[in-house]
Design a protein around this ligand. Structure first.
Ligand SMILES: *Cc1c(COP(=O)(O)O)cnc(C)c1O
Length: 493
């Protein structure tokens, strides 16, 4: 039997330490300077309230309170975080250094391009890098997240069909393994989504695809590697079928870890792809933090890119970087020029890695995922038993009476973040693990050992797993109640 892990603080302590409960009447954390402007009347009484309870605490108390809370967070900087499809890899500190250089961090978006040539050169350089990574002809950096990149790609596909007499092309094919944002983006773009099943090997079912390749076809949204962590071996044939039917191929390149420097999506036949810079290209993310989902396109879609793109005007006295609008642009997708700080981080990351570094990423990402797969073979079911890419999908169904949720929650007691659960939807009790290229063999051995112990507990003491986690500040939640009756602020008893 595994020992319950000892806690830094118990959940009771944590409750007691709420800021409001530390309040002592008259205690204060600030000393305001004497008034040096004329005193003004307060707004009308209708806008004032006198029942607002605020904690009365010292500055030190506030600092301790928030610092303690910050340490209750699980993060990639504190522990292993093998969240499949989300790529929680190490984020090099040098990215933070460059993103906070005053010349970049303090630029105002309304500053004239003449005064921001360095920043524009950087953005142009990043466009070029991403074109090289994908093999595409053009790149737009403005989308603010993966889903936003999808929407811009979808709007470009629509604009393309409209401009080419294809306004009747409403059907968008999406495999049943796809990330939920794919059908959502297609629907937002006005397309009718048709799901394509997977075959027994986890590839797209080619018979179903052929049946749906009719003359109302707009295209397909396809993730390569798929969200089963597999390289779909029919991809080239799939692109050919779609193109023959007059459709376009959208590539969801949110997770490029397995294929960086190995294969260019353009070479496989994709017309447009988005990349998640906050996953593959190392910006810290999670909790809704900033992201960037640039779109890269081939020649057919080049005129439709969202504006602005950065172009270079070459002359005898050097390069000049300017904002430009592609001729049939779908227009603006947001204010200004995208998540600039995220773009700086990605530029730094790619520059420092270089071509060989990219190859090392994909080599190690795939090696690590396959290593974990073999460490856990026999303990957890492998619904698609093939060489995997950057992530591996297990099923917890070997353990009758124990759910993927129980396994995931119990992992927290061992100091590991839970993997992605219940996704992709085609796998029963799915546990999707992405170790990433930055983790050591020792970390993965410890993680595999924790999972093997959980397997043992599942057989001998399933109730212990049903109640997990046992060592976190908050233990097993009633998830439905947490969503419907969230308890978000302090209330007096
Ligand atoms: C994360 C992800 C997305 C969505 O990206 P966001 O930045 O979260 O909008 C889309 N597709 C796949 C395969 C993903 O993993």
């Amino acid at each position: 039997m595994v020992q319950k892990q000892q806690l830094p603080i118990t959940s009771e302590d944590y409750q007691r330490r709420l800021l409001m409960d530390r309040s002592v009447p008259g205690r204060t954390g600030v000393s305001l300077p004497a008034l040096d402007v004329p005193e003004q009347p307060l707004p009308g009484t209708g806008m004032l309230r006198d029942d607002l309870e605020l904690p009365e605490v010292s500055e030190g108390e506030v600092v301790r309170y928030f610092t303690n809370i910050s340490q209750l967070n699980f993060s990639i900087d504190t522990n292993f975080y093998p969240l499949g499809s989300c790529t929680m890899k190490y984020n090099p500190r040098v990215n933070e250094a460059t993103a906070s250089l005053p010349g970049l961090a303090q630029l105002h978006p309304r500053q004239s391009p003449e005064q921001a040539q360095g920043a524009l050169e950087l953005l142009h350089g990043l466009q070029e890098y991403l074109k090289e990574v994908t093999g595409m002809q053009g790149c737009g950096l403005v989308p603010l997240a993966g889903a936003h990149g999808e929407l811009s790609g979808i709007l470009m596909m629509r604009a393309y069909h409209m401009a080419n007499g294809g306004s009747h092309r409403r059907k968008m094919l999406i495999p049943d393994t796809a990330h939920g944002t794919n059908p959502a983006s297609a629907a937002m773009g006005g397309f009718d989504v048709v799901a394509i099943p997977s075959d027994a090997d986890g590839n797209m079912d080619m018979e179903a695809l052929r049946r749906e390749a009719t003359d109302d076809l707009a295209g397909v949204m396809f993730t390569q590697p798929t969200t089963l962590g597999l390289f779909d071996t029919h991809v080239v044939e799939m692109c050919r079928i779609i193109h023959e039917a007059g459709g376009l191929v959208y590539g969801d390149g949110a997770n490029m870890n397995a294929i960086l420097g190995r294969v260019k999506l353009a070479d496989l036949g994709f017309d447009v792809v988005h990349l998640n810079l906050h996953k593959t290209f190392s910006t810290p993310h999670g909790g809704g933090g900033p992201g960037a989902g640039p779109v890269c396109v081939n020649e057919r879609l080049l005129p439709f890119l969202p504006e602005p793109v950065i172009s270079v005007e070459k002359s005898s006295d050097g390069n000049r970087y300017v904002f430009s609008r592609p001729t049939q642009s779908i227009g603006r997708l947001g204010g200004f020029f995208g998540s600039f700080g995220v773009l700086v981080r990605a530029y730094t990351y790619i520059t420092l890695l270089g071509g060989q570094g990219m190859l090392d990423i994909s080599g190690n990402a795939v090696l690590n995922a396959n290593y974990l797969k073999e460490q856990l073979r026999g303990y957890f079911d492998l619904p698609y038993d093939r060489i995997c890419m950057h992530e591996v999908v297990f099923s917890a169904k070997l353990h009758s009476g124990v759910k993927a949720l129980d396994v995931a929650k119990r992992l927290l007691d061992f100091g590991f973040h839970a993997p992605t659960m219940y996704f992709p939807l085609v796998v029963d009790e799915a546990l999707m693990i992405e170790p990433t290229e930055t983790e050591s063999k020792e970390t993965m051995d410890a993680f595999a050992e924790a999972l093997r112990r959980i397997d043992d507990e599942a057989a001998n003491d399933p109730d212990f797993l049903h109640a997990a986690p046992h060592s976190t500040p908050v233990s097993r939640l009633d998830e439905a109640k947490a969503a419907r009756q969230p308890y978000l602020r302090w209330r007096p008893d």
